[in-house]
Write a protein that binds this ligand. Structure first.
Ligand SMILES: Nc1ncnc2c1ncn2[C@@H]1O[C@H](COP(=O)(O)OP(=O)(O)OP(=O)(O)O)[C@@H](O)[C@H]1O
Ligand SMILES: [Mg+2]
Length: 296
């Protein structure tokens, strides 16, 4: 992507207010309607006598089809916000609206139904079941959804093929690299056909190449129309998104469009070129262009 001389600051997150006019080469402004909104959301944890104010009056809207990064230092409230946006947790005050509808009055099982239908989650630590094959891990959400065994197997295999792991169905997590385990976790998030994927530090436990591969998958899913919300403390990872919301001490301090967005597929090609001949074999089953068939 061409660099924009008008924005030549050294920061990886060169940007501007999300509402400002865009330069010609900027990523397109998110124009989808808001699918999930947090309005005036606070979250206070009570630990013994101590109150921890993890979020203090946050307003965030996630727009349909966008790729949004939530960035901030450790302890700033990113995961807390992601759990609230993902309907895994409720705010102490403020409201969360899905498609404009306030969900505060929903019962836990109603909330779970909305979540399971719409949202897939990916976490830093993969959260796969050990001693369980890749395919069985991916089938798990479908068991909860009451899908038949034959249909589960078919959909899990399709989801694994989509992340380039069609040849690793029977591998256990400990027989897969970290990057492959995270791709199994992404397949598990996709198997229910969610319209949104929320990923909390998805590259945090990965080497740089596997991190690029995971970002290529997330960008590919976004290009297919899936809304992606990515939580990270890493500006170079956030640079893959279209828009960045920065939080500090539980409050939003910036909301900007990403200029000079990183294209992970191009970055992967560069990486492979730079490291041609290094450690051949270490990355067997890697995510390369050969696997993009499922994503295009
Ligand atoms: N269950 C909990 N009980 C008490 N305090 C909590 C709980 N979860 C989070 N906190 C506190 O809330 C604040 C925000 O935590 P959160 O996990 O959202 O931060 P984060 O930005 O995701 O950090 P990191 O980058 O380290 O993952 C922190 O001060 C944390 O200690
Ligand atoms: Mg966190």
């Amino acid at each position: 992507m061409p660099s924009n001389p008008a924005h030549a600051e050294p920061s990886a997150l060169v940007g501007q207010a999300a509402h400002a006019e865009q330069p010609a080469d900027a990523a397109p402004q998110p124009i989808g309607r808001p699918v999930i909104e947090a309005r005036g959301v606070s979250k206070t944890y009570h630990l013994d006598e101590i109150e921890v104010h993890a979020l203090r009056g946050v307003d965030v809207a996630v727009h349909e089809g966008e790729m949004l990064a939530i960035i901030g230092p450790s302890g700033s409230g990113k995961s807390t916000l992601m759990h609230i946006i993902g309907l895994l947790d409720r705010p102490s005050t403020g409201i969360v609206a899905v498609e404009g509808e306030d969900v505060s009055a929903m019962l836990p099982n109603e909330l779970a139904a909305v979540r399971n239908k719409r949202i897939g989650f990916v976490f830093q630590a993969f959260n796969l079941l050990a001693r369980t094959t890749a395919q069985a891990n991916v089938e798990l959400p479908l068991i909860y959804a009451g899908v038949s065994a034959a249909e589960r197997a078919k959909r899990a295999q399709e989801a694994l093929a989509r992340v380039g792991l069609g040849e690793r169905l029977r591998h256990m997590p400990n027989q897969l690299s970290g990057g492959q385990q995270q791709r199994v976790a992404i397949a598990r998030a996709l198997v229910t056909n969610p319209s949104m994927v929320l990923a909390d530090e998805p590259t945090g436990n990965l080497d740089s190449r596997s991190g690029i591969e995971v970002m290529a998958i997330l960008q590919g899913l976004n290009e297919q129309g899936i809304t992606v919300v990515l939580v990270t403390h890493d500006t170079s990872i956030a640079q893959h998104a279209q828009r960045v919301i920065e939080i500090r001490d539980g409050g939003v301090v910036a909301n900007r469009i990403v200029v000079d967005r990183t294209d992970a597929q191009a970055r992967l090609a560069e990486y492979l070129h730079e490291h041609a001949g290094d450690n051949a074999g270490d990355h067997a089953g890697d995510y390369t262009d050969d696997h993009m068939g499922g994503l295009q």
